[in-house]
Design a protein. Structure first.
Length: 171
């Protein structure tokens, strides 16, 4: 068994000011810009935990809670919540410091859960160290990640069953 790593080992933060090139037709920052930012930071977290290349396997959920505007300083925080044999769930929180509201706390503007797979130089899955939740909050995140994984697997199984039943009905 490989040695575990504490959740804190995988924590990554990246920040940037949103500019006019990030804006959509409605005057707020385009959701795709935030999605790329989320994927980049989550990927860095997964790579840090796994000690090498990690690729996005699935985006479980992205929630946009508040609009982001030009001038906002956006901070994206990521950490590995759960690990399997080669996969990792990375949780992400997005916060924005409003450019016109100095002295106020950053607003939570989004959350996301992504699944990454550690791969070797040939692109084949490789084993990752287990994550060790190091706080009560991280123990909760670990347990919730197991629930999300069970839902993903159950959903996949139900869809495959439905498809095979439809195929049998055609023959």
């Amino acid at each position: 068994m490989t040695e575990g790593r504490p959740t804190a080992h995988s924590q990554v933060t990246l920040s940037r000011i949103m500019t006019a090139v990030d804006v959509n037709l409605y005057g707020s920052v385009h959701g795709g810009v935030i999605m790329k930012f989320i994927d980049d930071v989550a990927g860095a977290s997964a790579a840090r935990h796994s000690g090498g290349i990690a690729v996005t396997a699935a985006i479980d959920e992205i929630l946009f809670l508040e609009p982001v505007r030009v001038g906002d300083l956006v901070h994206v925080y990521a950490q590995v919540n759960w690990t399997g044999r080669s996969s990792m769930e990375v949780g992400v929180t997005v916060r924005a410091e409003r450019w016109d509201q100095f002295g106020t706390d950053a607003v939570k503007v989004g959350t996301a859960y992504l699944v990454f797979v550690a791969v070797d130089k040939d692109g084949q899955p490789r084993t990752v160290n287990p994550v060790i939740p190091d706080t009560p909050k991280n123990e909760r995140r670990f347990a919730e990640a197991q629930i999300r994984r069970a839902h993903r697997l159950a959903s996949r199984e139900a869809i495959n069953k439905h498809r095979s039943e439809k195929q049998e009905g055609r023959t």
